[in-house]
Write a protein that binds this ligand. Structure first.
Ligand code: SF4
Ligand code: SF4
Length: 131
């Protein structure tokens, strides 16, 4: 199972315990700050997570992370399809009130899309955040 650690730098005191305990030398220090230097070397043993006195380490399951992102992308695709249908309907419908209603719907749809795009971005950022 591919994994990698994330450090919550708000909690981390840079004590170095994770550097000492990690059998794969995943961690290192740069300018007195402990960093995840080689995330791809992580074997998911969780020794660092257990050892960290500040509970500042989380071990991420990369497969799960990818799954969440893929699900969000599929959801986005569906919503974009709905958006296109609505746009087509707005172009075709003659009745003013109906057009207005559809435009309202489209507005909401665009908000949903924006929200999903934001979530996807956050998922991606999670990846880079604490390395
Ligand atoms: S063991 Fe925890 S507190 Fe210490 S350097 Fe590592 S992440 Fe930071
Ligand atoms: S889970 Fe194990 S291999 Fe991965 S960073 Fe922590 S101590 Fe190192």
């Amino acid at each position: 199972m591919p994994t990698k650690p994330l450090i919550d730098h708000l909690k981390c005191t840079n004590c170095g315990a994770c550097i000492s305990i990690c059998p794969m030398k995943v961690y290192d220090k740069e300018d007195d700050k402990v960093i995840v230097k080689k995330p791809s070397e992580c074997i998911g043993c969780r020794a660092c997570e257990v050892q960290c006195p500040e509970k500042a380490i989380g071990i991420i399951d990369l497969k799960e992370e990818k799954k969440v992102e893929d699900e969000l992308k599929a959801e986005l695709k569906e919503e974009e399809k709905k958006e296109k249908v609505l746009e087509k309907e707005i172009r075709e419908v003659k009745d003013k009130d109906e057009k207005k209603e559809l435009k309202e719907e489209l507005k909401k749809e665009k908000e949903v899309i924006k929200e999903i795009e934001k979530e996807i971005k956050e998922e991606k950022n999670k990846d880079k955040k604490e390395e």
